[in-house]
Design a protein. Sequence first.
Length: 163
Amino acid sequence: MTRVCTICSHAERHQIDVALVHREPYRHIASRHDISTGALQRHSREHLPALLVKAYEAVERDNAEDLAGEVTKVKEDVHRLKEKAEEEGDIRAALLGCDKALKALELQAKVEQLIQTTPIFNIHLTTEWIELRTAILQALGPHSEARESFLRALTSVSDDSTS
C-alpha cells in the first residue's frame, strides 16, 4: 500500500513548496510547519519537480500570450495612423504606414509561429516521466540493491545525454 504524501495533503502546502523552492533548510521548514524532514525530502524528490514543470509551462504560456497581445496593439496603432494619413492626403506618410503595417504583420506571424512551434522538451522534466520514475522507485523500495542499481542506470543515462 502506498503512503499518502503528508506534504501534498498539508493545509500549508503552498508555503512549504515555496520554502523548498527557495532552498530553505529542511529542519527550518519542518519545525515551522510541524512536519518531518523525511517527509520534506520525499516530497521534494517525488512531487516538487512535476509542480515546477507545470508552473514553468504556465508562465511561458502567459508570457507568449502577453507578447501576442502587445504585437496586436502595435499593429492596430499602425493601421489607425496609416488610415489617418490617407484621410489627410499625406501619401508619403500613408506609404510609410503601409511599410510599418507590413512589418507589424510579419512580426505578428513570427510571434504566432513561435507560440505554435512544438517545443523541445527534456523528458526528465515531463510530468509523465516523473510519475513513472516515482512509481518505479516506490516499487523498488523494499529492494534496496535493485533501487540503487536503477538509480545508477538513470544517472549514467542522464550524464551521457548532457555531454
